[in-house]
Every structure is written in C-alpha cells, then in structure tokens.
Design a protein around this ligand. Structure first.
Ligand code: 13P
Ligand code: SF4
Length: 298
C-alpha cells in the first residue's frame, strides 16, 4: 500500500479530517481534505463533525481549532511547529498596553498564542483585519503582534488609531522581499500580489495586497503573477489555476511549515499525537475573541 492509501485508510478508520494551510509542502496540500488560509481553516475546524482534526500548519492555527471545537481531539503531526511572529507578543505586553491606553480595544492577530487571545477583545486574520477594526466602537486600537499588518489596516481605516504592540513585530518570512524584486517583476510584466505581512515599501510597490485566501480570489485578474509570500502558496495557486503563471521566491520559506512529511502525517494519525492541550480557563477566555472575529468575518 502506498503512503497516500495508508493515510486515507487511517483517516477513515479514525474518523479524522486533515486540514492544511496554504504554506504546507505540496505533498501535504495534496493529502489534505481541506486546504485554506487561517480564517478558512478556523471556520472549517469549528464546523468539523469528525472525531479527530489533524492540523497541518503551525501551533497557533491548531490551538485556534481546539478553542473553536473543544470537544474534538486536535492533533498536530509536528510538535514544535511554531510561528516566530506569534512569539513576539506576550500577555504581559497586552496588559501593559491596556494600562497605558485604558479606552482602547485590543485586537490580536490570529498569529498569537492562546494566552494572548485570552487577553484580547477580538482576534483577526489578514483576510478580515480591516473589517474587524472598522466594526469596533473604540477609536484607539491596540494591535499586535504584526506591525506591518497593523500599518496596512491603519491605511484602510484612517478614522482609527492603531497602536502596534510590539512596535516592530514582523514575520521574518515576509521581511525578505526587496524593492529590487518588485522592479524585476514589473520589468517582466508580472502582476504583483503581496501578503499584508510584507513591509509598507513592498505593499506600495505591489498591485494587490491579499491574504493567502484572498490571493486565490483575485487570481483571475491577471495571467502572470509574482507572489510575494511564502514560496508554496504558488503551488496552491497553480493547482487552482493551471493555465496561469505564478512566480515564487525560494528565499521566502517558513521552516516551521516544512517540518512535516507524509510519513510524519501517517505516524501522527496512527499514534494520535501530538494532541493540542490548552488550559481550560485560557481556552474559555480566548474563545470569545475568536468567535467574535468569525461573526464579523470582514
Ligand atoms: P493567511 O491567513 O493569509 O493564510 O496567513 C497566515 C500566515 O501565517 C501568513 O504568514
Ligand atoms: Fe508565522 Fe511568518 Fe510562518 Fe506565517 S509565514 S506562520 S507569520 S513565521
């Protein structure tokens, strides 16, 4: 039996659903039942009726799945798949910011720990960040940990004041893009789409700014794309739009997303490891912020 058949057999026996983020390696994207961006996967996890949710992504995504559907067993095939951006925000930083800005609302990017979400009023993803901020009655918004996403939201919602916490939080995978990449892509007549985690200078040099799910929605707009985000997003785009060209950048790689292999996925289905366990109190406090985000959607 090949690995694909083995995984499918185990998945059925265990009554599991396999979710994979758009940055997962191509072979994992192909094995998953559902592939999507952070928001889409959170919604799918909430709606899952299977006994087990196998989350192929990074820790904050699997935690979000568990918080939204606590009765299910949520499994991460790789124990130490973290997010260096999420690590840049702590609950203490949020509490400090609240003290300094008592009238402000706290919006945390979903790329944050469950402990941070427990301190927040509402969460957001890159797909709905502007809509979430716009929906709030407060004028001052404490926003973290991604300062680039924060500045992008600020541009779209000028009536609010975004207070980035920390002031310079950023994703190393999206910090690699240079203006010269945009110049070269333009010379070769590519349409440029970048993720909002890219720096302002890159966003300004791009034709579109979109979440990974948003990139799939706008792909019909051009035939040749330069995709300024994690390299395997281009695989997902090509799969959905085989007649179009998607230029990817090998230098933009999220190593935490690449720790998984089909063998690791199979073994995790067999052993049902590693189960996501979150403190009950944290989970209950974090749920409100995530549920509120899903209701707003953006
Ligand atoms: P999306 O929500 O756009 O899929 O982004 C998640 C992420 O981690 C980007 O680096
Ligand atoms: Fe975190 Fe950046 Fe990887 Fe996204 S690409 S999971 S923000 S490190």
């Amino acid at each position: 039996m090949g690995i694909r058949e083995e995984i499918e057999k185990l998945r059925k026996e265990k009554n599991a659903v396999i979710l994979a983020h758009n940055y997962q390696p191509p072979e994992i994207q192909d094995l998953a039942g559902i592939t999507g961006d952070s928001l889409e996967l959170a919604i799918k996890a909430k709606e899952a009726t299977e006994d087990i949710i196998v989350f192929c992504g990074v820790e904050f995504m699997a935690e979000t799945a568990k918080i939204l559907n606590p009765g299910k067993k949520v499994i991460m095939p790789v124990k130490d798949a973290g997010c260096p951006l999420a690590d840049q925000l702590t609950p203490e930083m949020i509490r400090e910011a609240r003290k300094k800005h008592p009238g402000a609302a706290v919006v945390v990017y979903v790329n944050s720990s469950a402990e941070c979400k427990a301190e927040a009023d509402v969460a957001c993803t890159s797909a709905n960040a502007a809509g979430v901020v716009r929906s709030l009655t407060e004028t001052e918004i404490i926003f973290g940990p991604d300062s680039n996403l924060g500045s992008w939201v600020q541009e779209q919602v000028p009536e609010k004041k975004i207070i980035p916490v920390p002031p310079d939080g950023h994703c190393p995978v999206h910090a690699v893009f240079e203006i010269s990449d945009a110049e070269e892509a333009k010379k070769k007549e590519y349409c440029i789409v970048c993720h909002p985690e890219c720096e302002k200078k890159i966003r300004d040099a791009s034709d579109f700014v979109a979440s990974t799910g948003g990139m799939l929605k706008i792909a019909h707009e051009a035939d040749k794309w330069a995709v300024f985000t994690e390299k395997d997003m281009a695989y997902r785009l090509k799969k959905e739009f085989p007649d179009k060209e998607f230029r990817h950048y090998e230098k933009s790689v999220c190593i935490d997303m690449k720790k998984i292999t089909p063998q690791i996925l199979r073994d995790s289905l067999k052993s049902e490891e590693y189960e996501v366990i979150i403190d009950e109190d944290i989970m209950n406090r974090a749920r409100g912020a995530i549920e509120r985000m899903i209701k707003i959607r953006g």
